[in-house]
Design a protein around this ligand. Structure first.
Ligand code: ADP
Ligand code: MG
Length: 447
């Protein structure tokens, strides 16, 4: 990857990924930062490989924390203290988008603040690009932040907001060209002369992103950057941000309270619980193999059923735990079963209580009546809406291995359950492959 830049005199320079990555230790040295062209002046080839002038070289670095622990002590004697980071190791790969999810108070913001240097750990170390930065300031770490509370400077134009960071860091290059390139990157080329009050919420967030990127961060940290925006703007920004991050080549870590948003955008997801990561992985892997009841419930908003209920029993799952949970996307729900088929006994009769359409998924709320005096249970079954069903379920034999990809709406595959649109109020049959259940106790799910 070649990236074109300009030095102080406006001369075009081209950076390769390897050159720029190696500049990191030098940039951490404040002396080298001030009044120096950095290694830009070492890059001789002015033959621009790309027609675009983008000021951001590929220079994201990996993040690593060791035994990161943060205790917020009470301000008054006898007050409670809170643990924001419970003492954990975590490594985040460079130049990728990692999403942090988890319940409120699980330590996501604390982690970002510790990585950014806005907060000091009680103990433990933070490394960026392999270098211990625990004792460095945010600016020295070259970390960019787009936090909810980090508003644009109201009295400055968009252009001046964007120029602010590079000026503070004395970064080389033509400031106006930088503004132009970054506004182009966030697809707002026409707003340079405006003041923040003349922008919509979504535009402000895009400018905030451009401002953060202008300082050529090694790591970009975003804490619920879209949470104040309405759903349509969020959806547009989501796609845009991903694209910008790709092109900018920065390591990005984003907290999102919107689980679907995080899973859609991120290369990697870390689920936090009680001040530490409870699971991590690629979105598809975490969906298909959440590993623990807590993560499964968080990732899927799982159905939680009494372990002994008819649906669990007939589906063929047994556990010593109180409950059995399954993801709505693993519940098969069909209108008819073939009584002569050997698999028919694995289905439980249900009533369709509600139906809604969400993208290419149909969400059914179903009720399974209790047998022999046990109470009935309600659960959700999510099925891809683009699949069609022509044959009764039982005709397929005992198959139905579940949607192991864990991706809802992934279309009809040979192992998909048979799908037809079920009418609200109608009778149907449901089951879940036994290997898609997980036994749980109430305390497994506590935040
Ligand atoms: P999240 O971003 O996942 O919602 P936080 O990192 O904000 O979680 O909080 C983690 C824990 O640290 C919570 O128990 C929270 O109450 C506590 N905490 C966070 N910031 C402070 C603070 N400034 N003072 C005291 N406790 C705090
Ligand atoms: Mg938070």
């Amino acid at each position: 990857m070649m990236t074109t830049m300009r030095n102080k005199k406006g001369k075009k320079l081209t950076l390769s990924a390897s050159t720029s990555t190696s500049s990191f230790p030098r940039v951490l040295n404040k002396q080298a930062e001030l009044g120096s062209d950095g290694d830009l002046s070492n890059s001789s080839s002015a033959a621009a490989a790309s027609a675009r002038r983008i000021f951001i070289p590929k220079h994201g670095v990996g993040i690593r924390v060791e035994q990161l622990y943060k205790r917020y002590d009470a301000l008054r004697a006898g007050g409670e203290s809170f643990v924001g980071a419970a003492g954990f190791d975590l490594e985040i790969a460079p130049n990728r988008l990692t999403a942090l999810v988890g319940p409120s108070g699980s330590g996501k913001t604390t982690f970002l603040r510790l990585v950014s240097g806005l907060e000091d750990p009680t103990s433990g170390r933070v490394f960026l690009g392999g270098r211990d930065v625990t004792d460095l300031s945010t600016r020295e770490r070259r970390v960019g932040v787009v936090f909810q509370g980090y508003a644009l400077f109201k009295h400055m134009t968009v252009a001046d907001n964007i120029k602010f960071g590079p000026r503070m860091l004395n970064l080389p290059g033509d400031p106006d060209a930088r503004v132009r390139d970054l506004l182009e990157l966030v697809e707002l080329p026409h707003v340079a002369k405006r003041y923040p009050s003349q922008l919509s919420g979504g535009q402000k967030q895009r400018v905030a992103l451009a401002r953060a990127l202008a300082a050529e961060p090694r790591v970009l940290l975003l804490d619920e950057p879209f949470s104040a925006l309405d759903p349509e703007v969020r959806a547009a920004l989501r796609a845009g941000l991903r694209d910008v991050l790709r092109r900018a080549g920065v390591t990005a870590v984003m907290v999102s309270h919107d689980q679907a948003e995080a899973f859609e955008m991120a290369d990697d997801v870390v689920v936090f619980r009680r001040g530490a990561p409870a699971a991590r992985g690629a979105p598809g892997d975490l969906r298909s193999d959440p590993g623990s009841p807590f993560v499964m419930d968080f990732v899927h908003e799982a159905n939680k059923l009494p372990a002994g209920c008819a649906l669990v029993r007939r589906s063929g799952f047994a556990t010593r735990k109180q409950g059995a949970m399954c993801a709505p996307c693993d519940v098969e729900c069909v209108q008819r079963i073939d009584d002569s088929s050997s698999s028919s006994s694995s289905y439980t009769p249900v009533t369709v209580l509600d139906r809604s359409f969400a993208g290419n998924v149909i969400k059914y709320r179903i009720r399974c009546e209790g047998e022999g005096g046990e109470p009935g249970v309600e659960l959700e079954a999510h099925v891809p809406s683009n699949a069609t069903a022509l044959t009764p379920a039982g005709a397929r034999g005992g198959g139905g291995g579940g949607r192991r990809s864990g991706q809802e709406g992934g279309g009809s595959s040979p192992s998909s359950p048979l799908l037809e649109q079920l009418e609200v109020g109608s009778r149907a049959y449901a089951r879940c492959p036994p290997d898609r259940f997980m036994g749980f106790q109430a305390e497994d799910l506590e935040a």
